[in-house]
Design a protein around this ligand. Structure first.
Ligand code: PMV
Length: 364
């Protein structure tokens, strides 16, 4: 286990009468796990390492205005899609408050936060990953600008990933572009349970431009929150084996991704998706998060792959939507496949044509 970086810093506080005002904005993407994180220990420590693709078009865009708090402690207004949102406001204020030892300055400020997503939230697309990572980027950027710290990008990203993890485990991976591991694995040195680790150098070219078309079967609210889902793993009878399997899958998947071996990539990622759902089906209480159209699409993908020999596969998040994964070189064939065979199974929201992305971006 890596030792905890000591991010407690009482110096990150403004002198009385010298509290600044300003504004900044970042965009941060969601990610899709290939080996899943499902099950955790306090505080936000994963039971197994996970690996994901950071996405490109599915992101949160958040603007934070700050000014001296009149009450002398943290104040916040949170607007989501232009509307004041009390749920997000409370959640974000609690998150900021919980970081008082790391960023003591938060208690001196009033925050006005305006956020929006490019995709439906709580639909099993990891909105917490983009939403929490964007806040982590902003807090670290505020520290960097206002206290002249975190000059080195490695330190900046690592701290942002550490902070994002405390908001939502999967958010730790969204701080980096491309393929990202979160959780200590003996097969990659430098990985940690405390922050994400970018893997891009060693990956075969086919996976650097991989496509993820997110087929929105049902864009309603999630049936089970990931907090509840992770908790169910504490009593799931298969949990121990599952955590062990995730280590093995990660190691084998990584080798396949170095080699450009799409057959092994497909076998492992599809099995991971079904295992995640199997864990929820075998918990008490149990949850069935697929919809009939989720299965229709999966069956069509199997048949299409068999018929054409093209490396099209699926993965799932903790919900009914299907992430269809494939190399950029077969985009045209897959587009035709969606039009011919899949659109009738989709909700009115249709699909999001996404792909591997570069990670968060500062916009103001
Ligand atoms: O970060 P959380 O607590 O929302 O958990 C995410 C869990 C999955 O999305 C189902 C899997 C993963 O590794 O992202």
């Amino acid at each position: 286990m890596n030792s905890e970086p000591d991010y407690h810093n009482t110096a990150l506080k403004f002198a009385d009468g010298d509290i600044p005002s300003g504004k900044m904005a970042w965009r941060s993407p969601s990610n899709i796990a290939l080996v899943k994180y499902w099950g955790k220990k306090p505080v936000q420590i994963p039971q197994n390492p996970s690996i994901s693709f950071t996405l490109s078009k599915s992101y949160s865009e958040t603007e934070v205005s700050y000014s001296p708090a009149v009450s002398g402690s943290l104040e916040m207004e949170f607007y989501f899609d232009g509307q004041r949102n009390s749920v997000f406001e409370e959640k974000t204020a609690n998150f900021f408050q919980s970081l008082s030892d790391v960023f003591p300055f938060v208690n001196q400020l009033k925050f006005i936060i305006r956020s929006q997503n490019t995709f439906p939230h709580s639909a099993g697309i990891a909105s917490s990953a983009s939403g929490m990572s964007v806040l982590a980027m902003i807090l670290c950027d505020m520290e960097r600008q206002l206290f002249s710290t975190l000059k080195n990008d490695v330190d900046f990203r690592r701290k942002a990933s550490f902070i994002a993890r405390l908001g939502s485990g999967s958010a730790s991976r969204s701080v980096y572009g491309g393929l990202v591991i979160w959780g200590e694995t003996e097969v990659v040195s430098g990985t940690s349970d405390l922050y994400g680790f970018p893997m891009n150098e060693e990956i075969h070219e086919i996976f650097t431009r991989y496509q993820d078309t997110i087929l929105l079967v049902d864009a309603g609210e999630k049936k089970v929150s990931s907090r509840v889902g992770h908790g169910l793993m504490n009593s799931n009878p298969y949990a121990g084996e599952r955590f062990k399997q995730a280590h093995e899958n990660l190691s084998e998947l990584l080798q396949a991704m170095r080699d450009g071996d799409t057959a092994t990539f497909i076998r492992i990622t599809e099995s991971e998706a079904l295992t995640l759902h199997a864990m929820m089906m075998t918990s008490q209480p149990y949850f069935l998060l697929m919809k009939p159209n989720t299965l229709q699409i999966i069956e069509r993908i199997f048949t299409f792959r068999e018929k054409t020999g093209l490396p099209v596969s699926f993965t799932l998040d903790a919900g009914p939507n299907v992430h269809m994964l494939y190399p950029a070189a077969i985009k045209a064939e897959v587009k035709q496949f969606i039009e011919d065979e899949l659109v009738s199974f989709l909700s009115p929201l249709g699909f999001i044509d996404d792909e591997v992305g570069k990670g968060p971006e500062k916009i103001l």
